[in-house]
Ligand binder design. Structure first.
Ligand code: GPP
Ligand code: MG
Length: 296
């Protein structure tokens, strides 16, 4: 019997266990199944790379000064360029990846970073997400881009992917770790990575040097139905799973221009001031962590 692709994933991927395990996970899936924000769709429409992460780098001030009839399109183009630059920066830290290698995009959204990775490394990429709408969108995008035999999206839980032990040469999470328990996540990643495999994380994390979470961080959590982790939690959970960081980069200063530009655009969603406040007051960091697995 041939199963539809999603059922096949459900059966093979999680050994009979359901993809969604809790009321919280069901609520996260429901959010992403119905998400259609212009800030994501209009940017993605530019070149078919639909991202669910933010941007890094300076924007070109000319876009803000552009004539009224072209200004908004210029700003949207620039926001998209900065988001793609963020994906490129993440992938810069994955190490030597080549044809024949298999990567995992954990929390793959509409597929943006996976397509950037495949184009760069000419490798195989699997993305997992608990949103069936995102799986369908991203697989349609893979077909449109002519890479469906190399980039595949699955309805699976990143805490229990069902992929083979040691099957991955690289794994990343691009702003997705705030939806899961880090200890569980990194146990699964340690299992999946082959010898020498690297994990790269870009995330927003709260600054636990200054105590509990700030109001602005709580506003971000409420907006996305996520649970932003304290900075220290990342390093404890990585160490517990046998990961050793090789690069830690504070991208906070590099992401602030993106938020300043987004706040002036027609696609602003209302969360911009919370990000700007959190970053500027130092209660929140935008961090890249690259880590090698030495086995637990
Ligand atoms: C959403 O990206 C990203 C998250 C939910 C992760 C939260 C990130 C932090 C750094 C805390 P998106 O592109 O879907 O969001 P938006 O619709 O606001 O552009
Ligand atoms: Mg977005």
């Amino acid at each position: 019997m041939t199963l539809p692709r999603q059922d096949e994933d459900r059966a093979a991927g999680t050994a009979g266990r359901p993809v969604l395990r809790s009321a919280y996970q069901r609520s996260v899936a429901a959010y992403w199944d119905s998400e259609k924000d212009p800030v994501n769709i209009r940017l993605g429409d530019i070149d078919g790379l639909y991202h669910h992460h933010y941007g890094v780098g300076e924007y070109d001030p000319a876009v803000v000064a552009a004539p009224a009839d072209s200004r908004d399109a210029a700003i949207i183009g620039e926001l998209h360029r900065l988001e793609t630059a963020q994906a490129d920066l993440l992938l810069d830290h994955l190490g030597d990846i080549g044809p024949g290698d298999h990567l995992l995009d954990a929390g793959s959204g509409r597929g943006g970073t996976s397509f950037v990775a495949q184009a760069r490394f000419d490798c195989q990429v699997d993305g997992v997400t608990i949103s069936q709408a995102q799986v369908e969108f991203a697989n349609a995008q893979a077909r449109t881009r002519g890479v469906a035999d190399r980039v595949r999206f699955h309805y699976r839980n990143m805490l229990d992917t069902g992929f083979g032990t040691g099957s991955r040469q690289g794994i990343w999470t691009n702003e997705t770790t705030m939806y899961v328990d880090l200890y569980e996540l990194y146990r699964e990643f340690a299992r999946l990575l082959s010898y020498g495999g690297r994990y790269v994380c870009v995330t927003g994390c709260s600054n636990d040097l200054t105590g509990g979470r700030s109001r602005a961080v709580s506003e971000i959590d409420a907006r996305y139905n996520c649970n932003i982790h304290p900075r220290s939690e990342y390093f404890k959970a990585l160490a517990a799973a046998g990961f050793v960081p090789i690069n830690v980069i504070d991208l906070t200063a590099a992401t602030i221009p993106y938020w300043e530009l987004r706040a002036q655009s027609s696609v602003a969603t209302g969360i911009e001031e919370s990000f700007l406040t959190a970053y500027r007051e130092g209660s929140f960091h935008y961090l890249l962590i690259a880590a090698d697995s030495i086995g637990s």
